[in-house]
Design a protein around this ligand. Structure first.
Ligand SMILES: Nc1ncnc2c1ncn2[C@@H]1O[C@H](COP(=O)(O)OP(=O)(O)OP(=O)(O)O)[C@@H](O)[C@H]1O
Ligand SMILES: [Mg+2]
Length: 261
């Protein structure tokens, strides 16, 4: 882990808000900015990165008995889904999951990385808490949709990160609206994530609209951020620029390990 400059966790209290999609596309956007990026799918109960990146095989093992991450779309990646049988973790208890994840973290030969993005499982239970405590995290990114039901859980996630002294780099509001011509339709309510970030005094990293191309590309195993000409790429790129801005700001105040200037 000494070769990893910044560990970033992506969390949300609630499931299905787009955490894995955001983690994957942001990782690819970061790599397009010439950072060395790793993506770790720590969602032991529902790993989705193998599908999103279309990587279904088991990893190769190095001579030193380390797991070699996959390399695709400019990022290194590993998912719990590539390492264990699908049915197994469902019966695992919290402590076993944490042990498996910690082992996975030390056993993967990431090489030099500017960023390791960790897609956390949804929720704010033991797993998320222990992982956040045991890793030296540079920042957490919290993903939410605008509606109350998601915001309630996001507050829990924010409190969890605060409790273990993990700096929250920012909030991303996903599925903010659907565009119909020039009109925006606020299916899940308007500005819920933005207002929450103001209330909590946490930087707001941006709104990501509902874009059908995001879903179709994910399902095809070729995340939309790989297409620099797409509307989605521009949206994610803006979010990433904000993320880098706020991460840098943090680094000045508390001397974290950010060294990309
Ligand atoms: N902005 C968006 N526009 C359109 N579709 C989206 C968007 N964000 C996510 N999706 C789609 O929503 C679904 C859920 O997203 P995703 O799997 O990333 O959520 P998650 O928070 O990781 O879920 P889980 O809690 O199960 O891990 C996926 O089918 C994804 O393609
Ligand atoms: Mg997910």
């Amino acid at each position: 882990m000494r070769n990893i400059k910044n560990i970033i966790v992506v969390g949300s209290g609630k499931g299905g808000v787009g955490k894995s999609t955001v983690s994957t596309n942001l990782a690819i956007c970061l790599s397009q900015k010439k950072f060395k990026v790793g993506l770790l799918d720590a969602d032991i109960y529902g790993p989705s990165i193998p599908k999103m990146l279309k990587i279904n095989e088991k990893p190769k093992i190095s001579k030193e008995k380390k797991i070699l991450p996959f390399e695709k779309y400019g990022i290194r990646s590993m998912s719990i889904g590539n390492l264990i049988d699908e049915e197994k973790p469902i019966i695992w208890r919290g402590a076993m999951v944490v042990r498996a994840l910690n082992q996975m973290l030390t056993d993967i030969a990431w090489g030099e990385l500017d960023f390791l993005i960790i897609d956390l499982p949804p929720g704010t239970g033991d797993i998320q808490l222990s992982l956040s405590q045991s890793l030296s995290i540079s920042g957490a990114v919290v993903v939410t949709t605008p509606q109350d039901i998601s915001l309630i859980d996001v507050r829990k996630a924010i409190n969890m990160f605060k409790r273990v002294n993990v700096e929250i780099t920012g909030i991303i509001e996903n599925m903010s609206f659907l565009k119909q011509g020039n009109k925006k339709i606020y299916i899940f309510g308007k500005d819920g994530g933005l207002n929450e970030s103001k209330k909590q005094k946490i930087p707001f990293l941006g709104q990501i609209p509902i874009l059908p191309e995001i879903t179709t590309h994910s399902d095809l195993g070729k995340p939309v951020a790989t297409d620099k000409k797409s509307e989605s790429f521009l949206v994610y790129d803006k979010v990433i620029n904000n993320f880098l801005k706020y991460l840098k700001k943090d680094s000045k105040s508390n001397n974290t390990k950010i060294t990309f200037e």
